[in-house]
Design a protein around this ligand. Structure first.
Ligand SMILES: [Fe+2]
Length: 474
């Protein structure tokens, strides 16, 4: 099994150059008639640009994929995200703008000059979100690329207010339905660097700053936590000296240092006042993704997919992935109980034994509130890469798994049944690479039992994507 996986999972990191408008896909099983809407996904899909190859999975040029569901039929379309970075890169024959772990060749003078006139990347290959009622493709800068959800044509940048500023942001904002906004944050690198939390109103009005915090050595953070009243920055000890970064010729993430002696720090801010409530420390850990968080008396329960250290970043360099090397770093769903009062001792509990990444939950029902289920991708005991879909019951620790030989499923997106009255009543949708056949298929599972409901055959192999979003039909 492992031997064949070694040669097969690597095919998820081949370039996909074709763009298609497929009519109805071949379907096996029955897509429920209540599933009326569109799944939009993004991910790196082009790694070889001209005669150059990017260094890291996260640096590939973004491709959008659209699966539309109506009356039991599934249609598919894919397009490269025509961002400014895409256009400049194709013209130049190499990645044009500095990215996660790949930088264009620049002299020291150009590096210093770029601090004053930066060309930030807008290669939105990480996530699809909704800003001001329209879908945007995001990477970890503040240049959200709007696009047409039907044609997938790019429509320029979503306007960001100057008050937000900053250089680095995240692709995982949180939506607060009650307050009618999304929350996100930026890092401003300066002599006095700053974390800056801000709100993006759903009605399209200008963003506003919610809270700020001075920081000497900013951390690399891919997501953050939100409860009903609080926003929490989980500051991992992977940190950068901003001045050194500006003068260094290394790509972005290579400037960060793992300093476990700093520990893990939780910075809690009140949404409505912007007040910094408390900061608490725990033993060092690294994560990309928060799962969920909620308030329980004087405690915040913050669930995160935790790694022992930041070596997972190194394991995702493209040359390793294309060689089928094992990605052995293990992310475990972990609960941090962070007290707002008392002695400040943070308690740490592992929520399940197995590996989990790309976590999703019943967000519309449970974001910031008590919840029971998290879905994500797992890795089987002999696996070399994410090769299964996992559901974890965070109350009992019970796990359930879907897998098939030679198949590598992507992030399972939960879609609630329109008349659902209970958490988890709905389906999971995942794009699965069938490496043995050299194509991908769209998989529909029952979200609780993980039993197969239906599949739709894609016209090609889709490179491993990152995140996406489901939009119910209006
Ligand atoms: Fe992510």
């Amino acid at each position: 099994m492992s031997g064949s996986d070694r040669t097969t999972y690597a095919s998820g990191f081949a370039d996909l150059d074709s763009e298609v408008d497929a009519a109805a896909l071949d379907v096996h099983g029955d897509f429920p008639t209540w599933l009326r809407g569109t799944l939009l996904r993004t991910g790196p899909a082009k790694f070889d640009i001209g005669s150059n190859t990017v260094n890291h999975w996260f640096d590939g040029l973004a491709m959008l994929h659209r699966f539309s569901f109506a009356d039991g039929e599934v249609t598919y379309r894919n397009r490269f995200l025509r961002s400014d970075t895409f256009s400049r890169s194709i013209e130049k024959g190499s990645l044009a703008d500095g990215a996660f772990a790949t930088d264009p060749c620049r002299t020291l003078f150009q590096r210093v000059a770029s601090v004053f006139s930066p060309h930030f990347t807008d290669n939105g290959n990480v996530n699809i979100e909704t800003f001001g009622g329209e879908p945007v493709a995001l990477t970890e800068t503040l240049l959200p690329v709007r696009f047409d959800p039907e044609t997938l044509a790019a429509r320029g940048h979503y306007p960001m207010s100057k008050v937000v500023g900053g250089m680095v942001s995240i692709a995982h904002p949180h939506h607060d339905a009650k307050r009618g906004c999304r929350y996100s944050y930026v890092v401003e690198f300066a002599r006095r660097s700053q974390y800056r939390l801000f709100a993006i109103p759903d009605d399209g009005s200008p963003q506003r700053v919610v809270a700020t915090m001075a920081v000497d050595k900013p951390a690399y953070m891919h997501s953050f936590a939100m409860t009903e009243r609080y926003l929490v920055l989980t500051e991992f000890p992977l940190v950068v000296d901003p001045l050194r970064m500006m003068l260094n010729l290394s790509p972005f993430i290579r400037n960060y240092r793992w300093l476990p002696e700093r520990g893990l720090r939780f910075h809690v801010f009140e949404k409505d006042t912007g007040q910094h409530v408390v900061s608490r420390s725990a033993q060092a850990a690294f994560a990309f993704h928060h799962i969920n968080a909620y308030e329980a008396g004087d405690d915040l329960l913050i669930d995160v997919v935790v790694y022992d250290d930041a070596s997972i970043i190194d394991q995702l360099y493209l040359s390793r992935l294309r060689a089928g090397e094992p990605v052995s770093a293990t992310g475990r769903p972990t609960r941090f109980t962070v007290p707002l009062a008392g002695d400040g001792q943070v308690r740490v509990t592992t929520l399940a034994d197995g590996m989990l990444e790309l976590p999703r939950m019943d967000y519309g029902r449970c974001a910031g509130k008590p919840y029971r289920y998290v879905w994500g991708n797992g890795r089987r005991p002999d696996g070399l890469f994410l090769d299964s879909i996992v559901r974890v019951d965070v109350e009992s620790g019970e796990e359930r798994t879907w897998s098939a030989d030679g198949c590598f499923p992507g992030e399972p997106v939960f879609v609630a049944r329109p008349d659902a009255t209970e958490e988890g009543d709905g389906v999971l949708i995942s794009v699965v690479l069938d490496a043995r056949r050299g194509t991908s298929f769209l998989l529909l599972l029952d979200a609780i039992s993980l039993s197969d409901i239906a599949r739709a055959e894609c016209p090609h192999a889709i490179p491993f994507g990152l995140h996406g979003c489901y939009y119910p039909a209006q």
